[in-house]
Design a binder for this molecule. Structure first.
Ligand code: BTN
Length: 267
């Protein structure tokens, strides 16, 4: 049999690690590995529309149209980072969908802390920040049927071995830059997904508040002055809590209390 050159073979992810790590999972996990796609969220969406069951993970080595929140691009070099999307079909009210975004960003924080001792933090609504720079982002997209999701696609991009150099909306970093060593992407991804499996278990049991309070404990912006940019406006104030639906509760500089559903936070 003709063998691929070693460097090529090594740059692809070891799929067995995923299958082996989730062999016993209930509900069962399914993995789909692709080379280059437009966006793993779009592939997961197509699968969802075609009736694919949860829990399906779509992994890609590269994206040509990777996207973040608010129509922004998500950049990554091929084979360097973690680009994946989870297809989920949670039986939860739509007001609780944010707990999935929280669970996924929290899973990244917990995984990189346990593997590398790196103390990253969650930033509302969907970021993971390490030493003031963006390490990962979550993009959650939903198809609703009445008051509940028909499916939820939760995509996560984790900068493992590469991060954009130019300052986009926020400076970025990657695990390799912070530790000085290249990262085995599949090991990090499996750790993140294992954490997520536990937290998703809580969500399936309707224990949303537990997930949100774990997320709050890994945030460091509560009680500090921040600016939220939304729709061309900027709001200054102090975040004091998270509503059950994931809205940020802020005390405004002028004195009033606000509940903010979306926006970009600057700490
Ligand atoms: C953000 O920070 O705004 C969210 C970034 C989410 C990026 C991931 S990469 C895998 C998945 N596919 C996409 O197109 N986006 C998400």
């Amino acid at each position: 049999m003709k063998r691929k050159p070693e460097s090529f073979e090594e740059s692809y992810v070891k799929e067995e690690l995923f299958w082996n790590s989730f062999e016993e999972s209930d509900p069962p996990w399914n993995f789909i590995f692709r080379d280059t796609v437009d966006s793993t969220n779009d592939v997961a969406k197509e699968l969802a529309e075609g009736g694919e069951q949860e829990i399906t993970v779509v992994w890609a080595e590269a994206q040509t149209k990777g996207r973040g929140r608010m129509g922004r691009a998500w950049l990554s070099e091929p084979h360097e980072n973690i680009l994946l999307s989870l297809l989920l079909r949670p039986k939860i009210p739509k007001e609780r969908i944010y707990s999935i975004t929280a669970a996924l960003s929290l899973s990244v924080v917990m995984a990189v802390e346990s593997m590398y001792g790196l103390k990253s933090r969650v930033k509302w609504p969907n970021d993971v920040i390490l030493n003031g720079k963006k390490l990962a982002g979550v993009l959650t997209e939903v198809s609703l049927k009445g008051n509940s999701p028909e499916y939820v696609i939760a995509g996560v991009g984790i900068n493992a071995n590469w991060s954009p150099v130019e300052e986009l909306i926020y400076p970025a970093t990657c695990i390799a830059l912070e530790t000085g060593k290249r990262v085995q992407r599949e090991q990090v991804a499996v750790k993140v997904l294992k954490q997520f499996e536990l937290l998703y278990g809580l969500i399936r049991e309707k224990r949303y508040e537990e997930v949100l309070s774990k997320w709050v404990k890994k945030a460091d912006f509560f009680g500090k002055e921040v600016t939220i940019n939304l729709d061309g406006r900027s709001i200054q104030g102090v975040p004091i809590g998270l509503a059950p639906n994931g809205s940020l509760i802020m005390e405004e500089k002028g004195g009033g209390r606000l509940s903010i559903h979306y926006g970009d936070m600057r700490c």
